[in-house]
Design a protein around this ligand. Structure first.
Ligand code: HEC
Ligand code: HEC
Ligand code: HEC
Ligand code: HEC
Ligand code: HEC
Ligand code: HEC
Ligand code: HEC
Ligand code: HEC
Ligand code: HEC
Ligand code: HEC
Length: 309
């Protein structure tokens, strides 16, 4: 009478423990299912974090795969059973503080965001390889939700504490209008990683610049070779103390490649342009001259092989 039941029981329990064996290490690491306690348990002791989270996109139950539709706080902080049983305290739950390993922090986010298109090249980016984690730029508990993409600060200032050289560049006399809010760092950079050099959003220098300065692309009947090759030969992308983001002043900029000796002087100054010279006629008279007064279409021209206006 009793035997068949025992066999059945045995089968049941071995099946159960086998499935637990499968489930436990794969899904929840070393923790048990019961270690997930739900957001209400956290609310009592962390009302501020509860309320700030509740206002964010992550808390929205209607969005599939959001923390709100799943394990809430514990989607990011991991199971909280032990932490709650201990009555809170440090070290018993995943924290996003400075001491926590950046790769571990990002991994919590990537359990969901590894399929976000934006994050496809995260593993290749300098930020990941240099130990910058998601929470260096994003907050998920912010009261300042006017900042798009849950950023910790508006993009015009977000990156600057870590990139002090860029901060000084964008404050120079000539600069891309980043602080003015007309363009953003992420218009040019794939902040989550990409194929371009220096994580720019293009394969080559000119392609990046053509996105907004299409008129410089040509094609021109008479091309100025350095232009199609690399805008950065003459321009500093963030900012410069010379007009037009130039890497150096005209004429030095041009004279790095062109020998404008006496031959060119006489050619240009006599007959053709009727220039009569000045008080320093015995010196190189071009030195104080803007080459651009005559070679005004420096990016290429359809009329003049020497890019004159
Ligand atoms: C009984 C009160 C209590 C409950 C319930 C509680 N916590 Fe805590 N929690 C604390 C205390 C106290 C600390 C330590 C704070 C400190 O020292 O700054 C803490 C710290 C933390 C930390 C930082 C840990 C660290 O190592 O720095 C996180 C993250 C956290 N709690 C999340 C949660 C989550 C998520 C829940 C719900 C699953 C939760 N807490 C439930 C009291 C609680
Ligand atoms: C989407 C991921 C995510 C969710 C969901 C989430 N947190 Fe956090 N939590 C973070 C991050 C990231 C930080 C670091 C500070 C920040 O982002 O503003 C943090 C910080 C904290 C801290 C401060 C200690 C620390 O780790 O730096 C506590 C406490 C905390 N969260 C509790 C909670 C509670 C309670 C909930 C649920 C009501 C919750 N969190 C939901 C990601 C999350
Ligand atoms: C349980 C899954 C899950 C986890 C874990 C998670 N997210 Fe999300 N997150 C989502 C979903 C779903 C959305 C909304 C749809 C979307 O944009 O993909 C979202 C949206 C976002 C957005 C866009 C929000 C906006 O304001 O535009 C950012 C940024 C973000 N998450 C960052 C993080 C960070 C940082 C972490 C880790 C601290 C994290 N997420 C953890 C599921 C998750
Ligand atoms: C260096 C700063 C930085 C880091 C680190 C960073 N992000 Fe972002 N993230 C941004 C900026 C800036 C944007 C908005 C502009 C953009 O989408 O390029 C953004 C946008 C997003 C979005 C929204 C995309 C959309 O289309 O709305 C998600 C989701 C996101 N980040 C998740 C993450 C996750 C997950 C990590 C970590 C694996 C991470 N980010 C690391 C700066 C960062
Ligand atoms: C108009 C496009 C553009 C904008 C906007 C822009 N960058 Fe760049 N950035 C570039 C280019 C192009 C390079 C590569 C320059 C080179 O190789 O000479 C670069 C290089 C960098 C580098 C690497 C510098 C080095 O010497 O290795 C950092 C860091 C950087 N940018 C950060 C930023 C930050 C932060 C912002 C916003 C404040 C920003 N950039 C805005 C185009 C841009
Ligand atoms: C928490 C600090 C931190 C923040 C915030 C940060 N970065 Fe970085 N960034 C780094 C570090 C570290 C490196 C790697 C060392 C280096 O090249 O300076 C890096 C490298 C870069 C590079 C050079 C990539 C290469 O291939 O050389 C670019 C471009 C860049 N960051 C852009 C940004 C932009 C844009 C933002 C804001 C959206 C930003 N960073 C925010 C720390 C940060
Ligand atoms: C996302 C759009 C965008 C990209 C990409 C871009 N620029 Fe610009 N650029 C602007 C805007 C906006 C201005 C300001 C125009 C104005 O104020 O009329 C500007 C202005 C300039 C100026 C004139 C600056 C001055 O002092 O008057 C130069 C030179 C320039 N860009 C060169 C470049 C180069 C080189 C690249 C590639 C590294 C580039 N730009 C990429 C948007 C862009
Ligand atoms: C051989 C040096 C040189 C190269 C290479 C070069 N530029 Fe310029 N760029 C200049 C000079 C010089 C000026 C100032 C022109 C003036 O004052 O008439 C200028 C001005 C500009 C301006 C602002 C004034 C205007 O004409 O709109 C933009 C934008 C610009 N360049 C974009 C680019 C882009 C994009 C590239 C790459 C495709 C590029 N430049 C490559 C020398 C160069
Ligand atoms: C990085 C080097 C470089 C810089 C900087 C440079 N150029 Fe050139 N430039 C060239 C090359 C290469 C040619 C093509 C020469 C040839 O075809 O024989 C050229 C051609 C020219 C020509 C047409 C003459 C000819 O022989 O076809 C003029 C005019 C000219 N450059 C003026 C300037 C001016 C003005 C500047 C400064 C604003 C300048 N260049 C900056 C490399 C440069
Ligand atoms: C007053 C007008 C004027 C100024 C200023 C001027 N050029 Fe020229 N340049 C010319 C003319 C005109 C030609 C064409 C000569 C010809 O077709 O024989 C020329 C030709 C050139 C050439 C083609 C090679 C050659 O020597 O014939 C280069 C390169 C050049 N200039 C560079 C420069 C540079 C660099 C500067 C500034 C240091 C400069 N030019 C200033 C008018 C000028």
């Amino acid at each position: 009478m009793h035997k068949p039941i025992n066999v059945l029981m045995l089968c049941f329990f071995s099946l159960l423990s086998f499935s637990l064996f499968l489930l436990v290490p794969h899904v929840y690491g070393a923790e048990k299912i019961s270690d997930y306690v739900g957001a209400d348990a956290c609310k009592e002791c962390h009302p501020d974090y509860y309320n700030s989270y509740a206002k964010t996109i992550h808390a929205k139950k209607a969005i599939p795969n959001s923390p709100g539709a799943g394990a809430a706080c514990e989607s990011c902080h991991g199971p909280g059973g032990k932490h709650v049983a201990d009555g809170g305290g440090k070290g018993s739950i995943v924290s996003f503080d400075r001491q926590t390993n950046p790769a571990k922090k990002s991994a919590m986010c990537l359990t969901c965001h590894d399929s976000t298109q934006e994050l496809t090249f995260w593993d290749m980016g300098k930020h990941k390889t240099m130990g910058v984690s998601c929470d260096a730029c994003h907050t998920v508990h912010s009261a300042t939700l006017y900042v798009r993409h849950s950023l910790k600060a508006p993009e015009s200032t977000l990156c600057l504490p870590c990139h002090k050289d860029v901060r000084s560049q964008i404050n120079r006399q000539s600069h891309h209008p980043i602080q003015e809010g007309k363009i953003k760092c992420s218009d040019c950079h794939a902040v989550h990683g990409g194929f371009g050099p220096k994580m720019v959003k293009a394969d080559s220098g000119p392609d990046l610049c053509y996105k907004c300065h299409t008129e410089k692309r040509g094609p021109f009947a008479f091309e100025h070779p350095p232009v199609a090759e690399n805008c950065a030969t003459c321009h500093q992308a963030h900012g410069s103390n010379h007009n037009n983001l130039l890497t150096s002043k005209v004429p030095q900029l041009c004279q790095a490649c062109h020998d404008t000796g006496l031959g060119h002087n006489s050619l240009a100054l006599t007959g053709q342009h009727g220039f009569m010279g000045n008080a320093t006629a015995n010196k190189n008279r071009f030195f104080a001259q803007g080459c651009l007064n005559c070679h005004g279409n420096i990016h290429g021209s359809n009329r003049s092989p020497t890019f004159e206006r």
